[in-house]
Design a protein around this ligand. Structure first.
Ligand SMILES: C[S@@+](CC[C@H](N)C(=O)[O-])C[C@H]1O[C@@H](n2cnc3c(N)ncnc32)[C@H](O)[C@@H]1O
Length: 218
């Protein structure tokens, strides 16, 4: 475990209620839809969303496959309250759990998920927490199951590095820099996942967001 401290959804920039309109400016519809495309939810799949925030991924997953079993995990009760309300309004059935991403075996159990998904979380975490969350994701997903992560990855151009400064202002340089240097694929592989690939790179105003896909070996 790497401690219980976490950066809230908007970092130091603003309150939770502004999260959805602000994240919409990051070409959210594109990267979130691509992420859900790689999740490819099926009926009866158990899908755990780590750092689920305001639950936008759950709404989209539910729209694609209402029979999938969705579990949203986040340490912030305020953001979970927003997620719960949004899901109730849209009729999506989701189990919400308050917990840290490095405690998934305790929060959801080991080997329970067909897919673990997570978006815009790891860039907000200290390096040791990134490792601990990925190890915990590995425990939570069943052998042969899938990991799909959308987050700020390697910032390949000067323009993207410039845009990424907004994220660094919000969430701090120390936590975000390793992402911008492209550390995620290596950390995902070091956690034990195989066939790690950066499947998509979406340029945005705030730097590029990558979608990574990997599998827990059988
Ligand atoms: C930028 S928001 C992203 C929310 C959502 N996944 C999305 O795509 O809109 C980051 C979320 O990660 C949560 N978070 C931060 N550190 C975490 C950790 N160590 N484990 C789990 N969640 C964490 C925050 O509470 C916040 O809700």
């Amino acid at each position: 475990m790497a401690g219980n401290a976490f950066t809230p959804a908007l970092g130091r920039v603003g309150p939770t209620r502004l999260y959805d309109p602000i994240v919409a400016l990051t070409r959210e519809r594109l990267w979130r839809t691509l992420m859900v495309m790689y999740v490819a939810p099926r009926a009866e799949d158990v899908i755990v969303d780590v750092g689920c925030g305001t639950g936008s991924t759950e709404l989209l997953l539910n729209r694609v496959e209402p029979r999938a079993r969705l579990i949203g995990v986040d340490p912030d009760p305020n953001v979970i309250a927003v997620a719960r309300r949004k899901a109730e309004d849209s009729g999506a059935e989701v189990q919400w759990k308050i917990g840290m991403g490095d405690a998934l075996p305790q929060v959801v159990g080991s080997g329970v998920a067909d897919t673990v998904v997570s978006s815009l979380v790891l860039h907000q975490c200290r390096l040791e927490m990134k490792r601990a969350v990925l190890a915990s994701m590995y425990s939570a997903v069943r052998p042969g199951g899938k990991l799909v992560i959308a987050d700020y990855g390697l910032q390949r151009t000067r323009l993207m590095r410039l845009g990424f400064r907004l994220v660094q202002f919000a969430d701090g340089v120390e936590d975000t820099r390793p992402n911008a240097e492209g550390v995620l694929p290596r950390l995902i592989a070091e956690a034990g996942f195989r066939d790690v690939r950066e499947a998509e790179v979406v340029p945005t105003l705030t730097g590029s967001i990558s979608v990574y896909v990997a599998f827990r070996p059988e």
